[in-house]
Design a protein around this ligand. Structure first.
Ligand code: HEC
Ligand code: HEC
Length: 261
């Protein structure tokens, strides 16, 4: 690790000097799922769905979906989990009063509390398992982000905030998201291949986490990687970035949950 850090700084400062705003330096297309950037070994584990750790999480999510032990089950109101597949492709959305963005995990946590009378945070196993089940039902559904019909100005301003965050250099490495996920797609960084950073494949089971994680956890890891101040889980900063990423990935099919290194 000690040896890695100076090396990483050298790689990154090279990237920072050569990157030109808004222009792909590698020519690798940005409209691709991160699943296409997996090693062959991970691709194979992912395809063997019955033995991959993902299937355990999806099954757990379906069991929770049907669980009637506290009176109300998700299934009781919604029917099959398939009925919610569009929700995975259309969030984050504005809250009913237009004041904040809510993503799929926020909505799941809200309804878990309503059905069970107990709070769950967005990275809890229950919320992640339900998110995995809903995303799995949404396999192949194209991302479809739409401006809020009641609060168009608020929605535009949140999208603009997300775009600004995406292109602002920050942290000790002085890098922005676009420096990696537009300008260095396909390059190796610390034994990972930089993907376009599309949000199609969440939640992700990272081998290094030994656990499923949401887009919040992944984005926080990117902030940490460039030694920037890491936003809180569930914060509006992460939600505006997610809105920007989903809007940028408009039309790409959902292909989560998935494995990552
Ligand atoms: C120093 C380069 C770097 C910067 C800057 C960076 N990331 Fe990442 N990011 C990575 C690497 C490496 C990965 C893991 C491999 C991959 O999927 O790209 C990753 C993964 C991701 C993923 C998951 C993609 C997938 O399919 O699993 C998303 C989404 C993402 N980053 C978004 C962002 C956002 C938003 C920012 C700005 C706040 C950001 N990243 C800044 C390097 C970076
Ligand atoms: C008492 C009935 C009821 C129960 C129980 C219930 N829901 Fe819902 N749910 C609704 C209604 C009504 C809506 C539509 C209004 C809204 O978006 O909040 C909804 C909306 C949602 C949405 C957003 C859908 C979209 O397309 O925007 C998600 C996600 C969701 N529910 C997940 C769940 C989960 C997960 C559970 C179980 C933990 C659950 N719900 C339990 C009634 C229920």
């Amino acid at each position: 690790m000690k040896k890695l850090i100076p090396r990483l700084i050298a790689v990154l400062s090279f990237m920072a000097c050569t990157a030109i705003q808004g222009q792909s330096l590698t020519g690798v297309p940005a409209r691709q799922s991160g699943n296409l950037f997996l090693s062959n070994e991970l691709k194979q584990i992912q395809q063997e769905i019955n033995t991959s750790p993902l299937s355990i999480w999806i099954d757990r999510g379906i069991a929770l979906w049907q669980d009637k032990s506290s009176g109300n089950s998700c299934e009781g109101c919604h029917g099959s989990v398939e009925n919610l597949k569009n929700a995975a492709a259309t969030h984050p959305k504005l809250s009913p009063d237009g004041s904040r963005l809510e993503n799929l995990e926020d909505r799941i946590a809200f309804y878990l509390k309503l059905s069970r009378g107990k709070s769950y945070n967005v990275e809890s196993d229950e919320v992640l398992a339900l998110s995995a089940a809903i995303h799995s039902a949404a396999d192949g559904v194209p991302i479809q982000i739409e401006q809020d019909p009641f609060f168009p100005e608020e929605w535009n301003s949140m999208l603009a905030k997300g775009a600004a965050l995406y292109t602002t250099r920050q942290g000790r490495m002085n890098l922005s998201c676009t420096n990696c996920h537009d300008q260095n797609i396909g390059k190796n960084l610390r034994s990972e291949v930089i993907s376009p950073g599309n949000p199609t494949s969440f939640p992700i089971y990272r081998m290094t986490w030994q656990k499923l994680g949401s887009i919040d956890r992944r984005l926080r890891a990117c902030y940490f990687g460039i030694q920037a101040k890491v936003p809180d889980m569930g914060s509006q900063e992460l939600r505006t970035l997610e809105l920007f990423l989903m809007n940028r990935a408009q039309g790409l099919p959902i292909d989560g949950p998935s494995l990552r290194r």
